[in-house]
Design a protein. Structure first.
Ligand code: SF4
Length: 703
């Protein structure tokens, strides 16, 4: 057997979206290397990407449909799914069913799932695990820009003179982008890096300044920055006048709560000099990029935090030009693609608005759909509350593990256990969620499936198959379409391949765009299967008039609000939803470790990756360890009002007194009582619906 040719594909982990060259060796092993031609990574891969070849084995795979634990034919399983969904819809109405989907799905999978639920079933009860990572950034973009648009691109990081990482441990969570920043830092003495994070993470290793901000006070800090910029005459008056609206109200709110540097420092738990130095750097540096991620988004005031950051870029006119702008880093490989096709419960396809009758009618006609959902559906946390309350009679979970990943995970498990009918389509046989399903449908995994993803800089890349489909596993899009056909929608879901779905998605984006929306990939609408196969990475908008794509948006204004102006948002800081008390005096934040991904279903298969961190841990300051009688290396119970988990104690001065950190990856398959999300509170942001993973009052008890 000779080695196969290298196939160009995309890493299935984080939102950096690195290009990967993959090949099946003569002995059957999968070899991977970074694609030197891919603009996101230029040949680099991080530890997770480099170990992809170790995670393609079939040992853990779901390879055949199952009904209540017994192997079934596709025909029987699909017929049962369609029958139970049809019955629930007929008896209780379309809002009695729901899909919970995933940023791991390819755009084509996402597109048909959204089309089926919103256009043909007639409900908007489709939400995604992307709600857990970047919904606040989406909402902030829409409030400020009138559309969900990331203004800049990765190259801006290398062209900036100041890069601010706020709520982002990019060194572990977006490693290749961090490598690009670190290289630029080494090569350019005048590039400064500021890290704003309650913990001193690995990302602070290259920082000129680390601000260990008190959890939940980001809006105070950024309101103070807006007031400081105005006070020191560093506003870009021309940009503000020509391209924005609402500065007066935003500035008044900022000055009221954050009137001076000393007040800000006191509220944020920082030294006055630290805050002043950050403000001076920001105010005096023209080329500033702010990278932000879950530390900002996962908050009950996450959308306000996003807008507080964007306000400062608008006030200084630092947006859309090389080396400048706010840049939201998405957690998952295709969180952005899901946004494009309307994978969130409050969106329509192609960035159209569910709330606009004209948009609903446009989509209905394009799809030739019998009905289109009339109102937003249930967002992730409320969707599972509706399951618990018995309002959702049939639920289909695709490519995600909510029994581990959602907050208040014990309640989610109870909700699933009590649901009339739960379908899970996944590539893994045994997860905490598949154990609660009535029907399991085997899906293809990375390396086997074909489609596209969009990374954090709006770049669409192909994910290509280089492995045969194992067992009876099928693409997610095929599974959705087969159920749709059995629900009576044969013609609208009769696609020969992923290329045809992508073509329809691209055509809708162009058809829908009357000049008031950024998302337009009309240049790709006419691709045939061969053109789709050859598709090179391209950043949207990629219109028929501008097929080469667009690196930066808003270069000269042109925002998507009715006035064409960007909106400042007046932000009034709010504390986290639940304050620590005598019973639960510590603030728990959850996050990722460098070498693991989500709930370990893939990275847990690699001994090399598992060696980095072998078990769940909780990081606690020396002061708090002494206060709670905890020994470094011992075990602790992490106890909140919602639940508890068990973890190894790491005593570290990287966390401030009063704060603790725990990784979110572990679950009952990998460590008994290791699921820390059992303890995480289910509070959400009122605008975005994103959960507050970064602040749960807890106490620690030695085991
Ligand atoms: Fe994959 Fe992200 Fe690592 Fe790139 S940085 S190789 S996309 S995990």
């Amino acid at each position: 057997m000779t080695a196969a040719a290298e196939i160009r594909t995309t890493c299935p982990y984080c939102g950096v979206g690195c290009g990967v060259l993959a090949r099946v060796e003569a002995d059957g092993r999968v070899a991977v290397r970074g694609d030197p031609a891919h603009p996101a990574n230029r040949g680099r891969l991080c530890s997770k990407g480099a170990a992809l070849g170790e995670t393609t084995g079939l040992e853990e795979r779901l390879l055949h449909p199952e009904v209540r634990g017994s192997r079934a034919s596709w025909d029987v399983a699909l017929g049962l799914v369609a029958g139970r969904f049809a019955e629930a819809i007929a008896t209780h109405g379309p809002d009695a069913v729901a899909f919970y989907v995933s940023g791991q799905m390819l755009t084509e999978d996402y597109y048909v799932a959204n089309k089926l639920m919103k256009g043909f079933i007639g409900s908007a009860n489709i939400d995604t695990n992307s709600r857990l990572c970047m919904a606040s950034a989406v909402a902030g973009h829409r409030r400020a820009f009138g559309a969900d648009v990331v203004p800049g691109c990765y190259e801006d990081i290398e062209r900036a003179k100041l890069v601010v990482l706020v709520g982002s441990n990019a060194a572990w969570c977006h490693p290749v982008l961090y490598q690009r920043l670190a290289q630029a830092r080494r090569e350019h003495d005048d590039l400064k890096v500021v890290v704003i994070d309650p913990r001193r993470t690995a990302s602070a290793d290259i920082a000129d300044l680390h601000l260990p901000i008190r959890i939940g006070t980001d809006t105070v800090l950024y309101n103070g920055l807006l007031a400081y910029v105005a006070e020191h005459d560093e506003l870009n008056a021309s940009f503000v006048e020509r391209h924005t609206e609402g500065l007066g109200e935003a500035l008044a709110a900022a000055r009221a709560g954050s009137p001076d540097v000393a007040t800000v420092a006191a509220q944020c738990g920082l030294a006055t000099e630290q805050v002043r130095r950050f403000y001076e750097l920001f105010a005096r540096t023209e080329r500033v990029v702010t990278l932000y991620s879950q530390g900002v988004n996962q908050s009950s005031s996450g959308t306000d935090k996003v807008n507080a950051i964007i306000n400062c870029h608008l006030a200084t006119g630092r947006i859309g030009r090389p080396g400048m702008g706010p840049l939201s880093l998405t957690g998952q490989p295709n969180a952005m693609g899901g946004r494009e096709v309307g994978g969130l419960a409050n969106q329509l396809a192609a960035h159209l608005e569910l709330g606009y009758p004209a948009h609903r009618e446009l989509v209905r006609r394009f799809w030739r759909a019998p009905r289109v959902a009339q109102q937003p559906g249930l967002k992730a946390v409320e969707l599972f509350e509706a399951v618990e309350q018995g309002r959702i009679k049939a639920l289909w979970i695709m490519a995600t593990n909510p029994a581990v990943s959602l907050p208040d995970a014990g309640r989610v498990r109870r909700a699933l256990a009590g649901c009339d009918f739960v379908v899970v389509s996944d590539c893994v046989r045994d997860t905490d969620t598949t154990r609660l399903a009535h029907v399991l449908l085997p899906a293809l995994a990375w390396g086997e499936k074909d489609g596209s993803v969009t990374n954090s800089e709006r770049r669409i890349s192909r994910s290509r198959a280089f492995l045969p489909a194992p067992g009876e596993a099928r693409p997610d899009w095929w599974i959705v379409c087969e159920v749709a056909k059995r629900l009576g929608f044969r013609e609208a879901f009769d696609y020969p391949d992923a290329a045809a779905i992508f073509g329809e998605h691209a055509a809708l984006s162009a058809h829908a765009n009357d000049g008031t929306r950024a998302f337009d990939i009309g240049a790709l609408a006419g691709l045939d299967a061969a053109g789709y196969e050859r598709l090179e990475p391209v950043q949207w908008p990629a219109t028929r008039a501008r097929p080469e794509g667009t690196a930066r948006c808003f270069v000269d204004g042109g925002f998507y609000t009715p006035s064409g102006r960007a909106r400042f948002v007046a932000v009034v800081p709010r504390p986290p939803a639940h304050a620590p008390d005598d019973d639960h005096p510590l603030a728990l934040a959850t996050g990722r470790v460098r070498d693991h991904w989500h709930t370990l279903t893939r990275t847990g298969a690699s001994p090399r990756l598992s060696a980095h961190v072998v078990e769940p841990y909780v990081e606690v300051s020396p002061d708090d360890a002494a206060r709670f009688g905890l020994a470094d290396g011992g075990l602790a119970r992490v106890i909140s009002a919602w639940g508890e988990a068990c973890a190894r104690v790491r005593v570290s001065s990287a966390v401030s007194p009063g704060a603790v950190f725990a990784p979110m990856h572990w679950n009952d398959r990998f460590a008994s009582a290791g699921c820390v999300n059992r303890a995480v509170n289910p509070a959400t942001d009122p605008v975005s619906g994103e959960p507050e993973f970064k602040h749960t009052p807890v106490r620690l008890e030695p085991v």
